[in-house]
Design a protein around this ligand. Structure first.
Ligand code: HEM
Length: 411
């Protein structure tokens, strides 16, 4: 367990999201922020970081003062695969509401529940492949051979995406998301990100053509045919939505499933209990979402002079609510630095955001994660992360293990 008490230098920690050491273990820095400077100017990102629950909650619920319009441009900069069109996550009212209503049809619980059996099947097929490749015991990479492939295959069902290039997809998405660090990258790394951007764009251009020629009942086909205010969605609007759903829906759930195994490695007592009683999988997922969430930080931009936590924020400022820090706010969660699957959660987690942009895929990702873990724990008698030394992906915004070698034995 990582606790601040183990880190006696924490009081002196200066939070800089671009510092690789911070990205590997940000939580001691968040704790200092909450105690000392919950709303803090971050020079490296030219943004205000917001670390406490009430302030994060208030700003996310005020979409007028704290606009989402700069979210995507700030995150990806010139590495946005569809720069011509802002995705829904980066829209303000009234356009946001219209588009959300439309896309949300695919994500309501009744629709998601239709995908449940298919999720079990996909998880079983991936495990069949792993056993075919590695035998009944040995080692494999949970991050690349399972979690990178599973959510992309589930969302492929929703979108009508062919799955043959799904493993390349994680490489592209990791690279494009790492554009958030572009300020500190050299030309070689930036060139790789630019290549990934082009690959994603090409992938979706092909997908659009394929769907337009073979309309089905998948979401892309629906979007191609849909009209918003009597006007059909443009090609770029559809591409932008597809990129958002894939980036938003794949990487996040992939990372969640990776982090679950990391936390089980760090908390063997919990692992034993969950193994013996699969009904504990749901509270396990909730605690991982709270304790070490896939989305650490999101982005807003002020449309007027305002004030937050006693700090004046001028109009036109970038503001970064630190969701992962709000989830450990001492005033909302008892012993927040302790990983506890039995905790009573009395306020909503910030892991999926709050307010008008609250994650559209929250129900889907929870269902996916539950199904995958139920299958994995049934098929594998042993499934243990090998090393304590975890290399987290290079991002201050997205969090999950970059690779995760595990030792396994079939049941
Ligand atoms: C563990 C999994 C996930 C996490 C932690 C997560 C997190 C988030 C967060 C924090 C937001 C709010 C962004 C904001 O307020 O600016 C968000 C929005 C969104 N998420 Fe997720 N997400 C997850 C899974 C998914 C999945 C599976 C999908 C869909 C396939 C999805 C689709 C979306 C969409 C479309 C939005 C934008 C909603 C809007 O702008 O109204 N997410 N997500």
């Amino acid at each position: 367990m990582t606790t601040l008490s183990q880190d006696h230098t924490a009081e002196n920690l200066e939070y800089d999201p671009l510092n690789p050491a911070v990205q590997q273990e940000p939580y001691p820095y968040y704790k200092v922020l909450r105690a000392k400077e919950p709303v803090k100017w971050l020079p490296s990102l030219q943004a205000f970081g917001v670390a406490t629950y009430d302030e994060v909650d208030a700003l996310l619920k005020d979409g007028i003062t704290f606009s989402s319009a700069q979210f995507w441009p700030e995150l990806l900069g010139e590495y946005d695969p569809v720069p011509e069109e802002l995705p829904m996550i980066s829209m303000d009212p009234p356009n946001h509401v219209k588009l959300r209503k439309l896309a949300n049809k695919a994500f309501v619980p009744s629709q998601v529940n239709k995908l449940k059996d298919r999720s079990y099947q996909i998880a079983n097929e991936l495990i069949d492949d792993i056993i075919a490749k590695h035998g009944n015991e040995g080692e494999f990479d949970w991050a690349w051979e399972f979690t990178a492939l599973y959510p992309v295959t589930v969302i492929a069902e929703v979108l009508g995406v062919p799955t043959d290039r799904r493993s390349e997809f994680k490489v592209w998405v990791d690279l494009v998301l790492s554009a958030a660090n572009r300020a500190v990258y050299g030309p070689e790394r930036l060139a790789k990100i630019a290549e990934a951007k082009v690959s994603i764009r090409d992938y979706f251009e092909d997908l659009y053509d394929d769907r337009a020629a073979n309309l089905g009942d998948d979401l892309i086909s629906t979007l191609i045919q849909t009209e918003v205010d009597g006007v059909q969605m443009t090609r770029n609007q559809v591409l932008s939505m597809a990129v958002l759903l894939l980036i938003g829906g794949v990487e996040t759930t992939t990372n969640l499933l990776g982090t679950v195994l990391v936390e089980l490695k760090r908390h063997p007592d919990v692992y034993q209990r969950v193994r013996a009683d699969h009904s504990l999988i749901a509270p396990l997922i909730e605690e991982v979402l709270r304790y070490n969430p896939s989305v650490q930080i999101i982005f807003r931009h002020t449309t007027r002079d305002t004030e937050l936590g006693g700090v004046s924020i001028p109009k036109g400022s970038a503001v970064m609510p630190i969701l992962a820090s709000a989830n450990r706010d001492e005033s909302k969660f008892e012993n927040p630095e302790v990983f506890d699957i039995d905790r009573k959660i009395e306020v909503p987690l910030m892991s999926f955001g709050q307010g008008p942009h609250y994650c559209m895929g929250n129900y889907l990702s929870r269902m996916e994660a539950r199904s995958a873990l139920e299958v994995a724990f049934s098929r594998f008698a042993e499934l243990d992360v090998i090393s304590d030394d975890i290399h987290w992906i290079d991002s201050y915004f997205a969090r999950g293990p970059h690779t995760l070698p595990v030792r396994f034995k079939t049941a």
